[in-house]
Design a protein. Structure first.
Length: 464
């Protein structure tokens, strides 16, 4: 089937087109025949991939980049009100569309699966996209990270399923009307938009309320926040709730997770029958993500044994424990983890796969607000590593907050017994790690900012 192209999106202009969420929507629109244009702060492989699909990508932000014939301007919550292209859109009377509204329009007429949660969304969405594709169902999908190449975060498929990562950070996931929704977890994060767990719960309840009548909520049984949401929505008319987890009363019960190096073997009990399959990434939390994907696919009518086999085709997504390479006997792995729960889960997964090898972490905190609220917990997570280098805070869209620095994390890490080295000069990190690392060590670059750029630099320095 070929969903129609909304008239307002025939000539869209994306401000920040190279971003993970924005580039995916732009790619799908281009594949559907739209004349896509946009701008980004810097050139990138993602921008080049969009150009290969016929998009016009300008570098830098300027009023002149916005063509007067544009039918809409697409923005994310990260775009500031004083952006010159946004101001120009107002002058020209061009409608401004939030990326969540654009994504919702792309789902119209299809069977959407929306994957939500404080963390694990990208991995679970990717698992569904890869496994459904392996089964020949050709789903459309929009993911917050690349699968295997720049620009592989989205696809316009001929099938009737649309798999989407549903972002709770700015409440934009309220725009979607999924047939199946997944809630992996719910924890306090995105402190600029949520003041309390109660606000988080209310936001997720609103999201659940958008599930179409007769649709399904797949929810983690053993995670406290997700379980609380399940309790709050229990009994809603027209809503099927499927729980998954390791508890005996979970609808899809995980009975065994067996680590096998950088993979895991998972056994679940589904409708009273055991089912065993392989997850090609390490760690208990990734096994749980795979089971959530399995339960969602089954809710859409896909045979469980087929989907379980196809899930083994998933080999990871960029920045989710992605092996960047090896030099001088040292492996370098990249992790997007930036919340303490994610950091702990990834470090435990690597520890389980590393055996007697040392784990060295290069951590870059993400956002002043997150560091202010969770910096102590971040430091405690770093105690799971043998040694860490902590960089300055990556600000992203935020302005500095007086008194909030990486020292909050460093002090907490040292109090927990961690070996921590502060480093204010990112360009010096490769030399620092080269002086610390020994053959057999694992180096983990960790954070949601540009710390990911350091992996190749570290490998090059180790190879000298």
């Amino acid at each position: 089937m070929k969903p129609g192209l909304p008239t307002a999106m025939e000539r869209p202009h994306f401000i920040g087109i190279g971003g993970a969420g924005m580039s995916g929507i732009a790619k799908i629109l281009a594949q559907r025949g739209a004349q896509v244009a946009g701008s980004d702060a810097r050139d990138s492989e993602t921008a080049e991939a969009l150009r290969a699909h016929g998009a016009t990508v300008h570098i830098g932000h300027a009023a002149g980049h916005l063509a007067p014939e544009s039918t809409c301007v697409v923005v994310s919550s990260a775009i500031r009100a004083d952006n010159p292209e946004l101001a120009r859109a107002a002058e020209l009377g061009i409608p401004v569309v939030h990326r969540s509204d654009a994504l919702a329009a792309l789902m119209d007429g299809l069977r959407p699966i929306a994957v939500a949660g404080t963390h694990g969304k990208t991995t679970t969405t990717s698992m569904l996209a890869v496994s459904l594709s392996a089964l020949g169902l050709d789903p459309s999908y929009a993911i917050g990270g690349d699968l295997d190449a720049p620009g592989s975060n989205a696809h316009h498929g001929e099938g009737d399923i649309f798999v989407a990562e549903a972002d709770e950070s700015d409440r934009s996931f309220h725009k979607y009307a999924p047939q199946v929704a997944i809630i992996l977890n719910a924890e306090l994060d995105h402190h600029a938009n949520y003041a309390s767990m109660e606000e988080i719960y209310e936001s997720f309840e609103t999201f659940v309320g958008k599930i179409v009548p007769g649709g399904t909520l797949v929810v983690a049984h053993g995670q406290a926040g997700a379980a609380e949401i399940a309790r709050r929505v229990a009994g809603r008319e027209g809503l099927h709730v499927v729980t998954y987890g390791e508890a005996e009363d979970a609808d899809v019960r995980i009975t065994k997770i067996t680590p096998r190096g950088l993979t895991s073997e998972v056994t679940v009990l589904l409708d009273g029958r055991p089912l065993t399959f392989t997850v090609s990434v390490p760690g208990r939390h990734y096994a749980h993500n795979a089971v959530a994907a399995l339960a969602a696919g089954v809710a859409l009518g896909i045979p469980a044994h087929n989907l379980a086999s196809a899930l083994g085709k998933y080999t990871g997504v960029k920045r989710r424990l992605q092996l960047k390479g090896e030099a001088a006997g040292v492996q370098v792995i990249d992790s997007y983890a930036h919340h303490p729960t994610e950091m702990t889960a990834d470090l435990e997964a690597i520890r389980g796969a590393a055996g007697d090898s040392r784990i060295l972490v290069v951590f870059q905190p993400h956002l002043f607000s997150r560091t202010q609220e969770l910096g102590t917990e971040m430091g405690q997570s770093l105690a799971l590593a043998d040694a860490s280098v902590v960089l300055d805070i990556y600000p992203a869209r935020e302005d500095p907050v007086p008194g909030v620095t990486s020292e909050i994390i460093i002090a907490a890490a040292r109090a927990a017994g961690a070996d921590v080295t502060p480093e204010h000069d990112k360009t010096a990190v490769a030399d620092v790690i080269a002086g610390m690392a020994k053959p057999g060590d694992l180096v983990l670059t960790m954070g949601a900012g540009d710390v990911t750029d350091l992996g190749p630099q570290i490998l090059a320095r180790l190879a000298d």
